[in-house]
Design a protein around this ligand. Sequence first.
Ligand SMILES: COC(=O)C(/C=C/C1=C(C)CCCC1(C)C)=C/O[C@H]1C=C(C)C(=O)O1
Ligand SMILES: O=C(O)CCC(=O)C(=O)O
Ligand SMILES: [Fe+2]
Length: 363
Amino acid sequence: MAPLPISSIRVGKIEDVQELIKSKPNKVPERFIRDANERGGLVSLKTHLHQPIPVIDLSKLSKPHTNDDFVFEILKLSQACEDWGFFQVINHGLEVDVVDDIEKVAKEFFEMPLEEKQKYPMEPGTVQGYGQAFIFSEDQKLDWCNMFALGVHPPSILNPKLWPSKPARFSESLKGYSKEISKLCKRLLTYIAISLGLKKETFEEMFGEAVQAVRMNYYPPCSSPDLVLGLSPHSDGSALTVLQQSKDSCVGLQILKDNTWVPVLPLPNALVINIGDTVEVLTNGKYKSVEHRAVTNRERERLTIVTFYAPNYEVEIEPMGELVDDETNPCKYRSYNHGDYSYHYISNKLQGKKSLDFAKILN
Ligand SMILES: COC(=O)C(/C=C/C1=C(C)CCCC1(C)C)=C/O[C@H]1C=C(C)C(=O)O1
Ligand SMILES: O=C(O)CCC(=O)C(=O)O
Ligand SMILES: [Fe+2]
């Protein structure tokens, strides 16, 4: 994946949100204020309370495939991927220490002085480092968020200059965490394959040496949360995304379902999983990569640690033959190279599901 021609991008001053709130401004700066049509949208409390996003118990999926619990949980998983594109996993097997530790070092990182964090800048047009990604012009609105993103695997996507020396345990902790998340993603992909009636190794064989990247999102409190967005609406370009919300996290993530923004209630010890664009294409749209966004809170900060898991850049992606039927379910996406899709994804601002137009076959 070639880098973007950085020099041609003029993004203006990107204010650091944590620093901004320290000066207690009486108004949110204009560059963060969204148009009414962007920030609003119906938010469903009813759906949130009565029909929360599905919870999948992974301990039931460790049982023999003939066990009723296994079969029922696979059905639940398949419904979740079709109807929601999102689910939470409990009993996921990650050690508490690993989960707690990454949260701790991520918090410590964001708490460091700005000068320290700015040693690892996210240059305009790039997606790794500290700052804001997906900003391409001086008039583009900013998210109420500070990000720190790093490519983790394979080694060819690693940028060692951006791995911080402080907090001292950051790199060790992120490496340990990413190993465990990689195992979880591999496991989830076997269950997803089974839920589609495919051989369980399907995705692992197809993806080769998977690409894994992490993004830590820190959302400071905002005095006018209704005027801003924590993170613009988007779908993820990955195959799967794993989102960890900090222990005391307030509600912030919202997903678009039936034209309504549905808040995702953080569950203790759960991880939020979502289907990315790659799985939507591979399943010919059966499993959905759902648009989502983050909102902010008037009093409380929020921290999320997000892992994007995707095929190797060399892999050609197209709907799998088993999920295409010329008569009843014609092919909805063209074939493409995942490296080209990654380049396309990171060269455009976050804008709902627009990125996937790259591959859509228009009738
Ligand atoms: C800020 O970054 C992102 O939002 C993001 C980027 C991920 C990446 C890196 C940080 C390092 C290099 C690789 C990669 C582009 C994956 C989102 O990731 C999504 C987008 C694509 C495409 C994907 O596979 O995951
Ligand atoms: O922080 C959140 O709740 C959402 C994060 C997200 O969607 C992302 O990083 O892609
Ligand atoms: Fe996302």
